[in-house]
Design a protein around this ligand. Structure first.
Ligand code: HEC
Length: 144
């Protein structure tokens, strides 16, 4: 008798767990979608990117990103050039050509943070998901 009850509860239990997992899955997918629509990077990441930009990039692009030895990384001309194409092209350029004096010397995760900061300075909003290869590479910036 007691054995029957036990095995019954063993049969039911995984179904309940599966049901809960399915609900959690739907909720998680929903929040990722919302983050995709609303934000491109996290505020923390952009703050880190700001520091890194000042260390690696500001000497040529200026701390306000308006350009000096290198072109401006904010404004309509910048968004015209890098808009309407996947963000991976901008990242790829930074990765293979920047910093101009020592290309490829900045680790990828730092470069994504720098890119987050550049997006922030171009008016793109922060969200709940950090910018990275999987979350950002295929997203397309709106051209100005
Ligand atoms: C030693 C000077 C120098 C440093 C340091 C430097 N850049 Fe540049 N950057 C340039 C020059 C010069 C160009 C233009 C070269 C070209 O278009 O091929 C450029 C172009 C760019 C562009 C393309 C802009 C456009 O619209 O044409 C991006 C993006 C960029 N740099 C990002 C960065 C980032 C990010 C860093 C820091 C990791 C960095 N740069 C560091 C000199 C520099």
């Amino acid at each position: 008798m007691s054995h029957d009850v036990k095995s019954k509860s063993r049969v039911l239990h995984p179904r309940i767990v599966l049901g809960l997992l399915a609900c959690a899955g739907i909720a998680a997918t929903g929040s990722v979608r919302a983050a995709d629509q609303d934000g491109w990077y996290t505020q923390d990441q952009a703050t880190r990117g700001h520091q890194l930009f000042n260390n690696y990039c500001a000497q040529c692009h200026r701390p306000d990103l308006k350009g000096a030895a290198g072109p401006a990384l904010v404004g309509d001309a910048f968004l015209q050039k890098w808009g309407n194409k996947p963000l991976s092209e901008l990242f790829g350029f930074e990765h293979s050509k920047m910093p101009a004096t020592n290309p490829g010397s900045v680790p990828d995760d730092s470069l994504w943070s720098i890119t987050a900061y550049i997006l922030q300075k171009n008016g793109l909003p922060a969200g709940s998901v950090a910018l990275s290869q999987p979350t950002g590479a295929s997203r397309v910036l709106a051209a100005k």
